[in-house]
Design a protein around this ligand. Structure first.
Ligand SMILES: [Zn+2]
Length: 666
């Protein structure tokens, strides 16, 4: 492996931020993508102007997160306040600010970031160590407890530093990150200390640090962290939650086949492992991750792309255990699904990973952010009787800045490039310039996705050039709903329903294309003014779950395009738990508003059960219902909500409605 490492290091050194030999293609960085559409552009604007203000207010004024850094610099023996991982929220907010500055230059916001960076830098110890919890409490206790999140905090610092350097060119935070990474490398890898990261994150961060510095010390350290998992006897910290399975350290990473434990930690681990595999060419990680990925997507993923069924371990339980009202589905875990699936797609060139990425992005992750941009979900349940409401902030505040950094960098997931061509993965109105060899190719995408399936691509190379254009054909538009047998269209067998692939035109004429790994591939001599058109079928679909998912038995969910729908009390005053919605119900699409958000809603006439006047019998009546995109729910006060709708009366609950004004959300 050492030889491969040296070779890839050399290649990467010459080709920073480009495709590695192990990748089929590399995504175009968001900083090169200008998003112009009516769906993501307003959300990116809102995060830049509203969400980040909320993050700054909570981090600096309302809570002592910034004050902890000031206390270290003051060196007056002041006490740490908050929770031991609070430093990470500062770093994640800085990372989101960096991304926002790229698309929304804002001198005041940049000045605030610089002010925070000065405070962070002033809290670094001379040997590079930086963690306000241990520095203020007892520095002698540092690096003694793998659950103490020191390397998790360090990972988020590194990610923020790389982002801020890439966007602003300012090195101060990057130099802090380098000193900290060097301290960690000396302490652990070079110091041969027995250790592993209790909350993974540093692995993927170190790969980013390697890519920006070209110093392979950081890639070696990332690989070292990955190699420590599953070694017997190096953890001594067991408890109700803190088990090897919880930490994904039952086996070495390369031997893992099942998803276990804490969902966010698992996602960050496998993202880091995929990054390391891309750079080292180590197939061991890839083979293991494909098995683990199947375990997630085939048996442990919600229809929303959310993961994690239980709150007590914030993670996985057993296969097919997917409760709806008690779903965990942490926002950060859906963010992690986006990160991991992006890496898996780069390594394999297989669109199934983008199918899952898209599901998690548009549903499980986006649900974490209110339409107003200043309220958040930590858990993203699939059913509620009003006890779940968005909150301004959380004691454990990982989710708000995480959704902020995802939305501000959503341009990362649209376009890809390889030596052979260009890849279109998500359908977002946008433009970019891609360099293929000596040719500059300007690409412009126009679409009203996800409301409309029509997409137009303007392909403008600066000279006539032969290359392949790969257009992802979403799984929901052509075959089943999702890879594997966990979810499928109602009325189909498990073998799947096959829809015709959409015609694709080039300059108005039907184009021939091959399908490779889920992408339509058009290879031709492209020239200035070429126009590619296609339309995905957006007919709403009723989805059923595998019979192994007991919680979804005799129920359907609704999907239109990439969006999962739900029925919420705000639109359905006569209740959402008392519906009977047969699988063949005819839903029609209609323009609708949820607050200021213009959406497509689904409407149908269905049966609804209620108690009769005497309360001694049931009365069935017909009424119209409205289903809205899942990500829009819980923006209009406490409300009932269901994603999975009963097909049969035995699943119906009568008079099951809002009981709580303020619920059990974190
Ligand atoms: Zn979180």
């Amino acid at each position: 492996m050492k030889k491969i490492l040296l070779l890839t290091t050399l290649l990467v050194g010459l080709r920073t931020f480009s495709q590695t030999p192990s990748q089929k293609f590399e995504f175009v960085n968001f900083s090169q993508v200008n998003i112009t559409d009516n769906f993501w552009k307003p959300k990116i604007d809102k995060v830049a102007t509203v969400t980040l203000k909320a993050c700054i207010y909570q981090t600096e004024i309302k809570t002592p997160r910034i004050r902890n850094f000031e206390k270290v610099a003051n060196n007056k023996g002041e006490k740490f306040e908050g929770i031991y991982y609070d430093d990470s929220d500062v770093y994640k907010a800085l990372e989101a600010i960096a991304y926002a500055l790229k698309t929304h230059p804002d001198p005041a916001l940049e000045a605030k970031a610089d002010e925070w960076i000065d405070k962070v830098a002033a809290a670094q110890l001379p040997d590079g160590y930086l963690d306000t919890y241990f520095t203020l409490r007892d520095i002698n206790q540092r690096w003694t407890n793998i659950e103490a999140h020191e390397d998790y905090n360090a990972g988020h610092l590194i990610e923020a530093a790389v982002a801020y350097y890439n966007v602003t060119g300012k090195r101060k935070l990057l130099d802090v990150a380098i000193r900290l990474a060097n301290h960690i490398d000396s302490t652990f890898r070079l110091g041969n200390k027995k250790w592993f990261s209790g909350h993974e994150e540093i692995e993927l961060a170190l790969v980013k640090l390697y890519r920006v510095t070209n110093d392979d010390r950081y890639l070696k350290l990332a690989d070292w962290y990955l190699q420590q998992r599953g070694k017997a006897g190096i953890y001594n910290y067991e408890g109700k939650w803190f088990t090897p399975a919880y930490w994904q350290t039952l086996k070495p990473v390369k031997d893992q086949t099942e998803i276990t434990g804490h969902a966010v930690r698992a996602m960050y681990l496998y993202t880091g492992a995929a990054d390391a595999a891309a750079l080292t060419g180590d197939n061991g990680y890839m083979n293991a991750m494909q098995k683990v990925w199947e375990d997630v997507v085939y048996r442990n993923m919600y229809i929303t792309g959310g993961i994690g069924s239980a709150g007590d371990n914030e993670g996985f339980t057993k296969d097919y255990d997917l409760p709806n009202e008690d779903a965990y589905c942490e926002t950060c875990a859906s963010v992690g699904m986006v990160l991991w699936n992006q890496r898996m797609c780069q390594l394999t060139g297989d669109s199934k990973y983008i199918d899952v990425l898209e599901r998690s992005l548009y549903n499980g992750a986006l649900d974490g952010l209110s339409l107003t941009g200043d309220h958040f979900f930590y858990d993203n349940v699939l059913a509620s009787n009003g006890q779940h409401q968005r909150r301004e902030w959380f004691g454990t505040a990982c989710c708000p800045a995480n959704i902020a950094r995802l939305v501000t960098s959503v341009g990362n997931y649209i376009y890809g490039k390889s030596d052979q061509g260009i890849w279109v993965n998500l359908f977002v109105g946008s433009n970019t310039n891609i360099k293929l060899g000596n040719t500059d190719v300007a690409i412009k995408m126009e679409t009203n996705y996800p409301w409309d399936g029509k997409v137009t691509l303007m392909v403008n190379p600066n000279k006539k050039t032969n290359f392949k254009l790969h257009i992802r054909l979403p799984e929901w538009s052509r075959r089943d709903i999702s890879p594997g047998d966990l979810y499928f269209p109602a009325g189909s067998s498990l073998g799947g329903v096959f829809y015709p692939n959409p015609p694709i035109t080039v300059n108005g004429h039907d184009a021939e294309y091959k399908i490779e790994n889920g992408y339509a591939v058009i290879q031709r001599n492209w020239q200035r003014g070429d126009k590619v058109g296609f339309t995905f079928n957006m007919t709403p679909k009723a989805i059923v779950a595998s019979s192994d998912v007991k919680m979804d038995g005799d129920r359907i969910a609704l999907q239109r395009g990439p969006l999962i729908y739900c029925v919420e009390g705000a639109d359905n005053k006569q209740g959402v738990w008392n519906l009977i919605v047969p699988t063949n119900t005819n839903f029609t699409s209609t323009d609708y508003k949820v607050l200021d958000e213009s959406v497509i809603a689904l409407q149908a006439e269905v049966s609804s059960a209620k108690a009769n006047e005497n309360g001694n019998g049931i009365q069935i009546e017909r009424r119209k219902i409205v289903a809205i995109p899942y990500y829009c729910w819980a923006n209009r006060g406490a409300n009932d909500m269901q994603v999975w709708l009963p097909v049969k009366i035995r699943e119906v609950k009568i008079n099951y409605s809002s009981k709580y004004e303020d619920g059990g959300n974190r």
